[in-house]
Design a protein around this ligand. Sequence first.
Ligand SMILES: [Zn+2]
Ligand SMILES: [Zn+2]
Length: 338
Amino acid sequence: MRIAWAAFVLLLAAFPALAQNVKITPIGSHPGELCANDRAIVFEDPTGVRFLYDAAHNVTGGNDPRLGAIHLVLLSHMHGDHVGDLKLKAPGEGTCANSARVPAPNSTTAEVVAEKNAVLVTTRAMAGFVHNKVGAVRGSGNKPMDFCSSLAVTVPVPAACSSRIDLGGVFKAQAEGAQQGVEFTIVYSEHVNDVAPSLLSKARQDLLKADGAQLGYGPPVGFVVKFTNGLVAYLSSDTAVFGDMKMVISDFHKANLAVINLGPNPGLFQSGAYAINDLLKPASVIFTHVNEVATEGGKLRANTQTAALMKQVKPPAHLAISERTMEFDGKGKCVSGC
Ligand SMILES: [Zn+2]
Ligand SMILES: [Zn+2]
C-alpha cells in the first residue's frame, strides 16, 4: 500500500498538470459543434467543485444526463436565452442554426437548481425570481428556497440556497476535505436585464404589454472565478466592450482566461479584438454565444463572423464545442482538448 502511495505521489510530481487542471465542458445543442444557441458551460475545479454557467436553452431539464454533479449554478441575466425560458428537446434535434426547444415555464435555471440542490450564484434581485421558480418546481408544502447562511460554503450544500452577493461581492465554495475553495466575484456586464416575458404571470405580461414596457431585474452581470490551481476565468456574459475589462477584470482580478459571449447585439464582433488584445489581455480565450452556425463537423466555418474575429485576436482562441472537455492549467493555457 505504502509503495503504491509513494508511486502515486511520484506520478503526481512528474505530471502536476494532470492533477491540477480545470475542466471546461460546454453543453450545447449539437454534440461536437458550436451552434447558434449555445451558451451553457460546465466547469470543474481540480478539488471537484463543479458548476454550471447559464443553463440557457441548452439543457433538457434539471436531470439532463450531461450535467453530472452540479454544486453551483451561475446566472448572468434574465434574457430568455440565459435564464432559460425554453429547454432543449434533445441533443442533436433541430438544426445547428435553430435547435429544437420546448417551453420551460419555470426556467431551466430553476429546474437545475431544484434538481441538484445547488447554490445559485447571482445578484439578490435575480435570486428572488429564481427562489420563487424553484418553489414552483417543487410545489407547495416544501420549504421556500432562501439565501445561504454564509458567503463561504462547503459543497454539496444540504439544501438549495443562493449567494446573497451583488456587484463586487465574493462567494466561496469549497469541496469537503479540500484545502482551498473556488471564489466567485460578480462583475458588471454592459448589457440590459429584461426578463423573458413568458416567465411572468399572465397579469404582469398584460400590464407590461399595455405600456410597451420590459421588466428589469437590476444590473446584468458577468463573473470572475478564481480556481484553486491559479486559473482566473472571466465569464463575460453578454456585454459591450467597457472600461472595467481593463481596470477591474485585468488589472485588479488578473484574469488569465476570458470566456467571451459574441453575437450581434452587444457588438463584440466589431469590438472584440480591442476588448481582448488591449483591455483583457488573457493568456487564452474561449468563444461562445456566437448566434450563428460557427462549426461544421467540429471545424470552424470560413465566412462566419466568428472566423473573422478569430483572425484578429492575439492570444490562442478556442471554440466552446459542445460536449468536448478542454483542460486549462493555472496560467490560463489549454493543455488538453483544444
Ligand atoms: Zn442578453
Ligand atoms: Zn444572450
